[in-house]
Design a binder for this molecule. Sequence first.
Ligand code: AMP
Ligand code: GLY
Length: 424
Amino acid sequence: MRILLLGSGGREHALAWKIAQSSMLDELFIAPGNAGTRNHGKNLSFSPTDFESVKKHVLELNIDMVVVGPEEPLVMGIYDFFMKDPLLKNIPLIGPSMAGAQLEGSKDFAKKFMHRHSIPTAKYATFSYETLEEGIKYLESMKGPYVLKADGLAAGKGVLIIQDVEEAKIELQSMLSHEKFGAASKKVVIEQFLTGIELSVFVLTDGSSFKLLPEAKDYKRIGEGDTGLNTGGMGAISPVPFADAAFMDKVHNRIIVPTIKGLKQEMIPYKGFIFFGLINVKGDPFVIEYNCRMGDPETEVVIPRLKSDILDLFEGVATNTLSERDIQFYDKSAATVMMVSGGYPEFYEKGKVIYGLKSVVESIVFHSGTASDGPSVLTAGGRVLCVTSYGRNLEAAIEKTYDSVAKISFEGAYFRKDLGFDVL
Ligand code: AMP
Ligand code: GLY
């Protein structure tokens, strides 16, 4: 098979690394990719949201399947673009339709969907500028902390958790008047605050059946002990110790099955990954959010734990035969630590030379934001590298990753040293 993978982060590097191991692969292209993905295929320099460029390359390169990494092209309707085009409609694309991607693209849509299908989630109400007064009354009727969510995509920054009701009212006004988050906060979801510990659960679905992937836990805050600003994710572990069989049974019965059935019942085409951002509230799972793609950095631990051929699974998705495909995992644990640029998630510099990559032999280095300059690899983003290791248990995987991280350096490099602190 000739595969085109869209995206440029650590998630895409991990997917490229796995696709490259498939016996079914003839050639892999990644657009735009990064300095890491070029080790597994050919990088092409166009944007995944430039659908005309995607089309041109798919046709010129005789691509057999397109795999979409990030949410943006999905929310913008790349699946529908393929389905509507006579030349593209028979080329399978791994990723949901625009309607399915609304699970991530609109928090209001996701909440209504969960309500329709009785999927456990925090109580909520949605407001617009026209109903600002009602929103303020709603806040006054609640106990804090107050959770305000911009309805649309806001690059992971659209959620505010505020202790003080007066401050929450000011933020609500600022969001609804577009001062904050622009058009993404035309509508705002106000939610009950849930207390518990979070985890990420993933499935791959062909729209009827699904395969559960290993669960993971992401460390989102910049500072140790989960303090400071939110980031795209500073590291991840898999498996998650508290996600035992009893808990995962509840996730399966109360969340995954109703979601897949709900999509089918509502005739929403969905062939791709679903990411369930969950919270464990005293043993019961609730949905915090859906994403229409894999997580990053969760992919960097989930995909290494997948033993089966990923292209066989994708082919099952494309041909509605996923239920007939076998899926197997490694028993080993995996941990990944994100090395970021100094200053991230606020201002940071790029273009720093990365040293020591070749001296890492015990771990897998997935590139997140890197670029190549001849033989050198340079930093090109806030999140730079994700260092993944296996271990017989989480402790061993984490320890091995920190040993490898110590061998890599670039000016201003920062990483969290406390992965797993809350579950081990
Ligand atoms: P989201 O972008 O929806 O994942 O929200 C970002 C983060 O805000 C989540 O990872 C949670 O830590 C937190 N969060 C979102 N919704 C809630 C909620 N209802 N209760 C508690 N924390 C929440
Ligand atoms: N790691 C969280 C995300 O990918 O959204």
